[in-house]
Design a protein around this ligand. Structure first.
Ligand code: SF4
Ligand code: SF4
Length: 419
């Protein structure tokens, strides 16, 4: 006679098999992230120091250790939906403290580059923006648009007569009729808004389903959360919490406000022209011109500081990160926009018409490039960070409750108590 089983007991063979968890690493994804500056993910031995020292990481499911682990395993879809990628501000405190010397901040940046192209709508443009070989093709499109606008009714011919460099119709002679230029930019803005709407919707849905934040009960309404997120961004509050690369904050602030100032200047000129008969180019003493020139100076200083830091070898590479292709492309195009804008003005005032018109053509081409490809380039980080911060405040994913010192001590204390 065999042993009788109690009702709650089942013989071994009748017990349900534990659900099999099958991990299918995406090897192409691992290779891609490694090529884009995330090669150090292979050196990680999961000590979690980075998650402890990161000044922005939440206490629940902290980053960036889990991201490095997921990347090692090739868990592409988990990473693409991960909100924490966008909560990271690349301060590189984690890189400074990693005992294996891994550039963890660079791994996070490489993962974000991958995520840009996955969220991009349409996705093929996201892929092209990440391919250096596709750059000539991508540049050709805005160049052709601007060329078509000029050849439709304008001319590259030098204006005659009056002191042409100061003439109020100086650029108008080149780009006539103006509405074609404005219409092409309005169409580009429409495309960018639709693309961003689709990407942000995907991003938000991904965050909700990611499981990174266990409690999704709203803590703030979306408008309240948005106000907090925008305030954080305007004052760069999260940057201020960073340690290793805190100096990056000033350069970033200059670029941010310089860029915003130039965007506002362009909008004011546009409204002024159509509603109030404003003639361009504006005289140097006009308040809109002063705003534009002050913004150009701010962004130039910010760009110079950033480029010098990135080119400085040694410790600066750890502190400020290595440049992935997307970073270099964005910085390069922004620099070209600013440089061609400044030089076209200088050449116009110096009545060097050939140079002024040629440089202005390049300026319009680079501005169109920056605008049209914004949802697929590094520029999208402004929208993605704002969306993620809004989501984080909305669901109460507090970025940090323990000071860094307490976080460093916490695992040590826990280990002592366990002994
Ligand atoms: S500190 Fe370095 S080794 Fe430790 S988990 Fe982070 S990346 Fe890995
Ligand atoms: S770069 Fe800074 S914010 Fe990003 S994970 Fe590392 S320590 Fe945290």
């Amino acid at each position: 006679m065999g042993e009788e089983l109690k009702p709650e007991q089942k013989p071994e063979e009748q017990r349900p098999e534990p659900a099999a968890v099958r991990i299918e690493p995406d090897l192409g994804f691992i290779k891609q992230v490694s090529e884009w500056g995330g090669g150090d993910l292979k050196t990680c031995f999961q000590c979690a120091t980075c998650a402890v020292v990161c000044p922005l990481s939440p206490d629940v499911n902290p980053f960036p250790r889990k991201e490095v682990l997921w990347a090692q395993w090739g868990l592409r879809s988990k990473l693409v939906a991960d909100p924490d990628l966008w909560l990271c501000h690349r301060c590189n405190d984690c890189s400074e403290h990693c005992p294996r010397g891994a550039k963890t901040g660079d791994v996070m940046a490489a993962l974000r580059s991958y995520a840009y192209q996955e969220h991009a709508t349409p996705r093929f443009l996201g892929r092209l923006l990440n391919q250096p070989l596709a750059l000539p093709l991508l540049l050709a499109f805005p160049a052709l648009v601007i060329w078509a606008v000029i050849t439709k009714g304008g001319s590259f011919a030098i204006p005659a007569g009056e002191v042409a460099g100061l003439s109020s119709t100086y650029w108008g002679k080149m780009i006539e009729p103006w509405p074609w230029l404005d219409l092409s930019f309005i169409a580009a803005v429409g495309f960018v808004l639709i693309s961003f709407y689709a990407s942000v919707k995907k991003l938000w849905q991904g965050f909700m389903a990611s499981g990174v934040q266990p409690d999704l009960k709203p803590k703030l309404t979306i408008p309240q959360a948005l106000v907090k997120a925008v305030t954080d961004i305007l004052f760069h509050r999260k940057f201020a919490e960073c340690g290793a690369a805190n100096a990056r904050r000033s350069a970033h602030l200059l670029i941010f406000f310089g860029f915003a100032g130039l965007a506002v200047t362009t909008a004011l000129v546009f409204v002024g022209m159509y509603l109030f008969g404003l003639k361009t180019p504006l005289p140097l003493g006009h308040w809109i011109k002063i705003l534009g020139n002050a913004s150009a100076i701010a962004i130039t200083i910010g760009l110079v500081l950033t480029i010098v830091r990135r080119l400085t070898p040694g410790a600066a590479t750890v502190r400020y990160g290595r440049g992935a292709y997307q970073d270099v492309l964005f910085l390069g195009v922004l620099t070209l926009v600013v440089a061609t804008g400044i030089f076209s003005e200088v050449f116009r005032l110096a009545t060097l018409h050939d140079l002024a018109y040629g440089t202005y053509f390049l300026h319009l081409t680079f501005v169109f490039f920056l605008l049209f490809y914004a949802p697929f380039s590094k520029l999208a980080h402004v929208v993605y960070h704002a969306t993620t911060l809004t989501w984080a405040y909305h669901v109460g994913r507090a970025l940090k409750t323990l000071p860094v010192d307490a976080r460093v001590q916490a695992p040590v204390e826990a280990a002592k108590q366990g002994q």
